[in-house]
Design a protein around this ligand. Sequence first.
Ligand code: 5GP
Ligand code: MN
Ligand code: MN
Length: 492
Amino acid sequence: MDTMHEMLEITGPATATLPVGDGCSPITVIGTDPIRQSFGSQTFQQAINSRLAPGVSQVVLNPDAHVGYGAPVGCVMVSPTHVYPGPVGVDIKCSMSLLQTDLPESEIADWKMRRRVIQAIAKRVPTGAGRGQRHVPKSRSVDGPLGFQVATEGASKSVLKKLGIPKSWASRCEDASHTAPDGSVDTLAARLEWMGRERDKRDRLESKFRQLGSYGGGNHFGEAEVVSLSEKQYFRSIGEQWGLRDGCVAFLSHCGSRGFGHDLAMSQFRAMKAHFQSNGLAFPAGDPQLCYAEADSPEGQRYLCDMAMGANFATVNHMLINQLVLESFREVFPGIRGELVYFISHNIARQEPVDGRLQWVHRKGATRALPKGHEQLVGTEFEATGHPILLPGNPRDGSSIMVAQRGAAASAFSVNHGAGRQLSRTKAKKNLNQTVIDQNLLDHDVISNCRVYPRDEAPDAYKDFAEVLKSVTKAGLADEVARLKAKFVLKD
Ligand code: 5GP
Ligand code: MN
Ligand code: MN
């Protein structure tokens, strides 16, 4: 056991605190003992650096935590005054969404049917880095003006209508639209106009807009699932209220703001670092990845505008993917119905009430977890239940849909965003055996669009999902409403 693990004070079956000194409140650590053992000293060090950074009031380390950009992936960083681009991440508003269909699981028992759906999706939704609408015959065509509207309005009625997406889906989003901090769409429009003021810059923006409705590469995926509602009547009825259907096929998507969000994030990092350097400011713990701005400074306001535009693009990207996936299922199974259950981010900073005041909650690989009755759910479809938490595990061991409990107040109303990596990509490629991975997935009746499954994305590259879920429930943060069993997975 290293020094960091020895410093942990165990406070419950799946909770601990890590003191940081300097008169600061300790870091909240969520995880059973085996999960805590999965945290390396660099992960703890990044959490400490984040906790001691200016303006930060609270840091939570979740069970999926591992080393990230400045702050660990799998952490929550809270500040009443400051915004931190690193702890939002380069894929602004990387998110999960779930589409529920009324197709009984028996309809896709046959691999041939699954392959037909995979092909139908591949005609509409591109996968792979740099890929967009041009690469597939049946995507939507998104030109410059529509791209501008998407970035500035998000899933507005007009945008959804132009893309042929049901307008009811907007109320199934954690946030359907993001505005500038002054609440204005025009401020975003002016900034985007300014960004595209020169021909080559405009061309680049438009080429990124043409990625709308695509997954991208790496860890992003689409996965067909069979839904099993909880055996417990209370949670089962919550699942039914959300529109989940026991024994029917659902589709889980993971992706973000694609090249558009990446460009926005990278140019913000450059601008903020340059600002630090030209003003002789010190980076927290000497780490430029923890650069920051006061939210109401000009730098902070510019960052929040760009984060909002990236977030809008990610939102509509998910809405469009879900619509295209539904069309794909209908090509194979005419007449089936599908509804968006929920769309929720794990890379964003949101203003939320924490400890009695409005604070910037940075979720970096973390998922919002508001229980029933939370003030930000008042007037939404989820006021009486809490909203769905979409928790991917891995394609072999399944994924989970949870609902927050009141205990989530201990983690700034957040839970983990998945199982979290336990092997780096390099280690996974080196240590995991291709034949074993492919056979293992087939043994679990999971097929994929990949000729050989990417070794760095194999189930064993991620932490033990059962232990991760146990951590969440034992810490009193959330409970399981349904389990998802993968039937096919689309990866790059
Ligand atoms: P991210 O890549 O955004 O940090 O993490 C997403 C989470 O998704 C991971 O922690 C992992 O648990 C989960 N995950 C990664 N690949 C897959 C997949 O193909 N299927 C499922 N169900 N989950 C996955
Ligand atoms: Mn993600
Ligand atoms: Mn992402």
